[in-house]
Design a protein around this ligand. Structure first.
Ligand code: NDP
Length: 348
């Protein structure tokens, strides 16, 4: 099957690309620069030479016409749209986060409807950010599930960069569902939508990193730990999300949702293995990497990294997603160990 994967240079997308190619699918992937395109082609030189991997430069997804040409590549049946900013180095939350997320998503859907007749399914990488509701996080009566929606609006984006990011994902996902609920009358493509909604995604790095400082946002905490920042400055708070998933499971969810599970159409997939804490990361590293003991924080520094007690935090119900995907979520210890090993291989 021919698949269009946007943002192929990303942390999650690199794992999706690897799994798609391993399964024999042919992939067109978009990246922002020719330099990134060349790195991907080098990593899969054989597939690239065989025409099973094609790269296309799409410099700015915040332009409504960004994807107009790439979707015209004949034979694309499935689109996996992962490209969207996930970082907090912003000066203008609308321009830097919301526009690329929302315009990128509506732009690609419009382009498909206009000129990609073979597309039958679109998977959009959304987020737990589009599920959670900030004031409900510390309420134990809260159960976040596939049915939950973040009520955030565009007016909230100047509150904090975290809220702005959550709004970017929520508004993009809402726009995607609104589009498929009322597709343009002259649409040439008949496709359905699936969203994948992961919380914090951790795991080994498969994408090209020019330097460790360009590491994706969710893995940064492991780098900070390895660089001794937690020992020097204390273990940071685990953060409001408090739930996680392994990147290889998130990638598998995209592949299954896009290509292998017709029944996923119209569903939001809440991909999570459950709760985690920064204190638990320290414990796992201590047990598995005894040679690194000197850089680890002491037990009396763990406090802020522990989870609040269960009666002060939300619950999760993602049984529908687990069942639909038929997935055994990778356990936290394996993810932490594999992430640390991977970062060390990259020079951490
Ligand atoms: P990365 O930062 O590694 O990947 C983001 C991808 O989007 C990259 O390919 C990046 O391109 C591209 N991108 C970002 N901003 C723009 C822009 N303005 N124009 C064009 N392309 C852009 O992070 P992840 O792999 O983690 O993120 C992938 C997706 O997963 C995103 O949609 C994110 O919101 C979502 N997600 C991630 C979670 C996590 O914990 N990691 C949790 C929940 C959802 P480039 O390589 O050139 O920077």
């Amino acid at each position: 099957t021919k698949v269009l994967l946007t943002g192929g240079s990303g942390f999650i997308a690199a794992h999706i690309l690897e799994q798609l190619l391993a399964k024999g699918h042919s992939v067109v992937t978009t990246v922002r620069t020719e330099d990134k395109a060349a790195k991907i082609r080098e990593a899969y030189a054989d597939k690239s030479a065989a025409g099973e991997l094609q790269t296309v430069v799409v410099p700015d997804i915040a332009r409504l016409d960004a994807f107009d040409d790439v979707v015209k590549i004949p034979g694309i049946e499935v689109v996996l749209h992962t490209a969207s900013p996930f970082h907090f180095k912003i000066s203008d939350p609308k321009k830097d986060l919301v526009d690329p997320a929302v315009i990128g998503t509506t732009g690609i859907l419009k382009a498909i409807a206009r000129s990609a007749p073979a597309v039958r399914r679109v998977v959009v990488t959304s987020s737990f950010a589009a599920i959670l509701d900030e004031p409900k996080i510390s309420n134990p009566a809260t159960v976040f599930s596939e049915a939950s929606w973040n009520p955030v609006t565009i007016d909230d984006i100047y509150r904090s960069s975290a809220t702005a990011y959550r709004a970017s994902k929520t508004l993009a996902e809402r726009a995607a569902w609104a589009f498929v609920a009322a597709p343009p009358a002259d649409s040439v493509a008949k496709f359905d939508l699936v969203t994948v909604n992961p919380p914090m995604v951790f795991g080994p790095v498969a994408h090209h990193l020019a330097s460790l400082d360009g590491l994706n946002t969710s893995n940064e905490r492991f780098l900070d730990l390895l660089r001794g920042k937690w020992k020097a400055g204390g273990v940071p708070s685990t953060g409001a999300a408090m739930i996680w998933v392994d990147v290889r499971d998130v990638a598998a969810a995209h592949v299954r949702a896009g290509l292998e599970l017709p029944a996923a159409g119209g569903k939001r997939l809440f991909t999570t293995a459950g709760s985690y804490s920064n204190a638990a990361i320290v414990d796992i590293v201590r047990r598995n990497f005894p040679a690194d003991a000197a850089i680890l924080p002491s037990d009396d520094q763990l406090g802020p990294g522990k989870l609040p007690p269960a009666d002060q935090r939300f619950k999760v119900d993602n049984a529908a997603t687990t069942e639909l995907l038929g997935i055994d979520w990778i356990p936290f210890e394996k993810t932490v160990v594999d992430t640390i090993k991977s970062l060390k291989e990259h020079g951490a």
